[in-house]
Design a protein around this ligand. Structure first.
Ligand code: CDP
Length: 195
């Protein structure tokens, strides 16, 4: 069975939690595509070469979840040649046999416009920054500023900007607990699978 769940949305909206839960529930493979950009940003040197030569080991390195790694990721993510280098891998992953969940910024719009389910997960910048701050600590005002800066860069870039696909279902988790957001997503996928 080929079945793709595309989950897009801004920084720290809860895409990861929802993606992991959907993948575990339905036995689908999961790809956190943000990790690809984080790994390219963290490698240093020429980002286009880094994207073309990306390995499993690069994705496993430490420190990819920090605010700095997020900023570096969004800076390399504006480069069309970087995005192009990562495209085939993501497309193949999306259409692999057995079902796949991919979360990122452009999954429903560019990577897999034919996805069987498209979700756009969002929340207010303040709520998202608070959640990220609970994970990374430090100064909450700085976390909020970083989240806003990254959103602006991701939404404003020319190549594959962050936006909801016209046929995506929007889930605003500003006033939702994680389990409620997960239950909503599971129900959408189950309905599309006819279960
Ligand atoms: O976890 P969080 O939502 O904070 O970020 P992420 O999903 O790990 O993505 C990090 C950065 O990679 C984003 O800010 C984007 O600039 C970039 N990205 C992208 O351009 N396209 C994707 N499909 C995924 C991430």
């Amino acid at each position: 069975m080929i079945f793709t769940v595309a989950i897009d949305g801004p920084a720290a909206a809860g895409k990861g939690t929802i993606s992991r839960a959907v993948a575990a529930h339905f036995g689908f493979a999961h790809l956190d595509t943000g990790l690809l950009y984080r790994a390219v940003g963290a490698k240093g040197g020429d980002p286009v070469m880094a994207a073309r030569a990306l390995t499993e080991a690069d994705l496993a390195r430490e420190g990819l979840r920090t605010l700095e790694a997020g900023q570096a990721a969004s800076r390399v993510a504006v480069i069309p040649e970087v995005r192009a280098a990562l495209l085939d891998f993501q497309r193949r992953f999306a259409r692999r046999a057995g079902g796949a969940v991919l979360d990122g910024r452009d999954i429903g719009t560019v990577i897999c416009p034919e996805a069987e389910v498209k979700l756009y997960v969002t929340a207010s910048a303040e709520v998202r920054a608070h959640r990220r701050w609970l994970e990374v600590g430090g100064d909450e005002a700085r976390v909020l500023a970083e989240v806003k800066e990254r959103d602006a860069r991701d939404m404003g870039r020319a190549d594959a900007p962050l936006k909801a696909a016209s046929d995506a279902m929007v889930i605003d988790t500003s006033e939702m607990a994680a389990d409620e957001a997960v239950a909503t997503a599971l129900a959408v996928v189950a309905a599309r699978l006819g279960r």
